[in-house]
Design a protein around this ligand. Structure first.
Ligand code: EPZ
Length: 418
């Protein structure tokens, strides 16, 4: 099992190139199932999750070639009409394959994704909407069996009972080839959803977004077109918080602050200074870190749940009964017991974590549990005196491209061990 060893305390100083967005790349790659032809998708991060998705699509019979952050996709017919458990259980996002696949193929079978460490993460919102589009759904032996009853999916006028990134992406993709015009309300509008829509419109789709309503005109066919994925706002936010936690100074390249408007407002209140160098380069530093009373995670444009764990870690030495409320997932505090191993003083009450400042943090042996929780352990290790060993770092490799190399270049004493 791979680990990283970090010797703290250390300060982030230097520059980091932000990679392409994992959560935009995944649905965009999946959406190529809808279209004919071939294309190059640029700025795809070379991560465990993107490589894994590529292997799933290859297993279905697609032709893909991934070289240095550029993915060549040549869409051929899917030879295999099922996404097997061995794949789907390792990456929840793969459930978003169902919408595109059942749009093009009469039958498709996909393993139930199952829960994960941050919560049950149901798929009811996905399946109920597909059912309304004329897909017969049955669940047997841990698989979702989908069958399209007509030549094309029916269009759908639907208000999602709760906001879901994946369900919004799954259904808007299914609607692009439906037999008529669809209207989806109470949609997720994260930048990663908008990037998927921009890619599909470039391939000939007709999708419009007004507030949380997305309208999709069903078209005859889509043709693949070259595209460049947006920068990863969560990776950027994670490095910004690490810079604040260690009072460092960082130049961020390939970063779009517009995708982090609210988090940057919060971080400025905490003492972050940010200076524009060019359209995509910014210099950040933080001399004094001020406590922030309360942060509640919300759907975009609210404070992202994917930056919750990292924000808690950043405040370990400055929190004055600072509270962080997790509103999106029901079990996204598994990093708390791991952060306590550094000596952090954190209490949990239901959905709320309270941070009591602890000046003396000491390195410890800890366990990574999900992508974003793992980065909070890196931040804590950089704030602590002595050696930290982080186990199961495949979680980090799922979401942070070359994280150890990027940190090492910025002065962090970090070594990856087999
Ligand atoms: C996406 O997951 C992201 N993953 C997550 O990032 C992110 O945390 C999440 O959106 C929220 O922003 C990808 O984009 C690959 P949801 P997704 O559907 O689509 C419940 C990371 O670290 N729900 O918006 O799975 C669900 O349980 C990952 O990069 C249902 O109940 O999230 C959750 O509580 C972690 N039924 C809430 O909705 C459903 O059918 C939001 O989930 C679907 C979701």
């Amino acid at each position: 099992m791979q680990t990283v060893v970090i010797k703290g305390p250390s300060t982030l100083k230097g520059q980091i190139n932000i990679s392409g967005s994992k959560n935009a790349s995944l649905p965009i790659i999946i959406s190529t199932l809808l279209a004919k032809g071939d294309c190059f998708i640029h700025n795809v991060p070379n991560l465990r999750d993107t490589r894994f998705l590529i292997s799933i699509l290859k297993n279905l019979g697609c032709i893909l070639d991934f070289q240095k952050n550029t993915l060549f996709v040549k869409n051929s017919t899917i030879t295999k009409k099922s996404a097997d458990y061995e794949y789907v259980r390792q990456m929840r996002a793969s459930i978003v394959i169902l919408g595109p696949a059942i749009s093009r193929y009469k039958k498709f079978k996909i393993a139930l994704p199952g829960g994960c460490s941050i919560g049950t993460r149901g798929i009811d919102l996905h399946l109920n909407a597909l059912n309304l589009m004329g897909v017969k759904i049955s669940i047997k032996n841990g698989y979702v069996n989908a069958e399209r009853k007509k030549d094309k999916l029916d269009p759908i006028i639907h208000k999602f009972p709760r906001i879901s990134v994946g369900a919004t992406q799954n259904i808007l993709m299914a609607a692009t080839l439906a037999n008529g015009n669809s209207k989806l309300q109470n949609c997720a509008i994260e930048p990663e959803v908008i990037d998927l829509i921009n890619f599909l419109n470039k391939c000939g789709a007709c999708i419009k977004v007004i507030k949380r309503t997305i309208t999709i005109k069903g078209v005859e066919e889509l043709k693949l077109n070259d595209y460049k994925v947006i920068p990863d706002r969560i990776e950027a936010g994670s490095y910004i918080l690490a810079t604040m936690a260690t009072k460092g100074r960082l130049k961020l390249n390939n970063f779009n602050p517009k995708d982090l408007t609210l988090p940057l407002k919060v971080y400025r209140e905490m003492g972050l200074k940010i200076k524009k160098i060019s359209n995509s380069s910014f210099e950040i530093n933080c001399k004094t870190l001020k406590p922030i009373k309360k942060i509640i995670t919300k759907e975009f444009p609210g404070y992202p749940t994917d930056l919750q764990a990292q924000l808690i870690a950043t405040q370990l030495k400055s929190g004055l009964k600072s509270k962080v409320v997790e509103n999106i997932f029901e079990n996204r505090f598994i990093h708390i017991p791991e952060l306590r191993r550094f000596g952090a003083n954190l209490s949990i009450n239901g959905k709320t974590v309270t941070i009591h400042k602890t000046l003396n943090l000491l390195g410890a042996e800890v366990m990574a549990t999900d992508i974003r929780a793992s980065f909070s352990l890196i931040i804590a290790a950089m704030m602590s005196k002595g050696k930290t060993v982080i186990n199961r770092i495949y979680h980090l490799d799922r979401g942070y491209e070359d994280f150890d190399l990027k940190l090492k270049k910025c002065g962090v004493n970090i070594i990856r061990k087999k």
